[in-house]
Design a protein around this ligand. Structure first.
Ligand code: SAM
Length: 281
């Protein structure tokens, strides 16, 4: 069997008894035109290995292979999906490796070769945690060239948010520090089976070759987490204790200690993080 002659996804789900489980964030995409559109947001896949998290019955997996990925490595937590994925593997010999288990615990890198793109309709329960891990390695560039990911629309908006907006926070700073994110398109709940409660959106995040501004990533992450943890408070209060005297450090980089985190730009957060590093040294 070839990729084109695999049975429709509804039939695959019925044959393998893949009734969706809420606990695993299972909202499946059954329209292969749509999975093809998502795969194409990742750009030219030929010559790239692709890491997919949560292939489920394999709608997006098929599209990634059909769009020319050199190899797809897919991590799936639900063992019920493995026979359906094995059929896709037979239709694309040597091009699909399925790792059975929790994407938060498995390290797929031994199975992947550069250049690597990550493409996934992420399970909502682990999506943000995986994104933060991919954005915060200690060395840059990361293992991936780009991330093309489906999120709840509200999370997508937090990734691309600019200062001054309600959505602006830690995810925006971490996503924009060393990468370039944009929202590709939105999907209504009816695109999924079963339909989730909220609208979704596909986000494309391209890794930059170097950070936009100088900062130590772990410390930047700590500063931003603290600042937004109490986003209604002034910085002099939310950052109290990050160094013995935070007010003069804020002033030394030209940030009024009475400002709130949501008004502080990425560049200012990087400057502040560097000043905190120096104050701690
Ligand atoms: N990619 C499929 C699609 O687009 O139709 C399924 C997407 S569904 C939103 C999320 C998938 O992630 C499910 O197949 C679920 O079993 C799987 N999953 C949930 N938690 C996981 C985890 N911790 N590690 C790996 N896969 C997980």
């Amino acid at each position: 069997m070839s990729l084109e002659t695999l049975p429709p996804l509804r039939e695959v789900i019925a044959t393998h008894g893949l009734a969706a489980r809420k606990s695993l964030g299972q909202n499946f995409l059954l329209d292969l035109n749509l999975t093809g559109k998502i795969a194409r947001q990742a750009g030219d896949l030929s010559g790239h290995d692709v890491l997919e998290i949560g292939p489920g019955p394999g709608g997006l997996t098929r599209a990634l292979l059909a769009e020319g990925a050199r190899k797809v490595v897919a991590i799936e937590a639900d063992p019920r999906c493995l026979p359906a994925l094995a059929e896709i593997g037979e239709a694309a010999p040597e091009r699909l490796t399925v790792l059975s288990g929790d994407a938060l615990k498995l390290d797929p890198l031994a199975h992947l070769q550069s250049p690597i793109k990550v493409v996934a309709n992420l399970p909502y329960n682990v999506g943000t945690e995986l994104l933060v891990r991919w954005l915060t390695p200690s060395t840059w560039p990361p293992f991936w060239d780009s991330l093309t990911l489906m999120f709840q629309k509200e999370v997508a908006e937090r990734i691309v948010a600019q200062p001054g907006s309600k959505a602006y926070g830690r995810l925006a700073v971490l996503s924009q520090f060393r990468s370039d994110p944009h929202i590709c398109f939105e999907l209504s709940p009816q695109a999924f089976s079963p339909p989730p409660k909220v609208t979704s959106a596909v986000v494309h995040i391209k890794a930059l070759s170097a950070p936009r501004f100088n900062a130590e990533p772990k410390l930047l992450s700590e500063v931003v987490a603290r600042a937004f943890n109490q986003r209604r408070k002034m910085l002099r209060a939310s950052l109290k204790g990050i160094v013995p005297e935070v007010q003069p450090v804020l002033e030394s980089v030209g940030i009024d200690p009475q400002r709130r985190a949501e008004t502080v730009s990425l560049e200012e957060f990087c400057r502040l993080s560097e000043a905190i590093r120096e104050a701690r040294a």
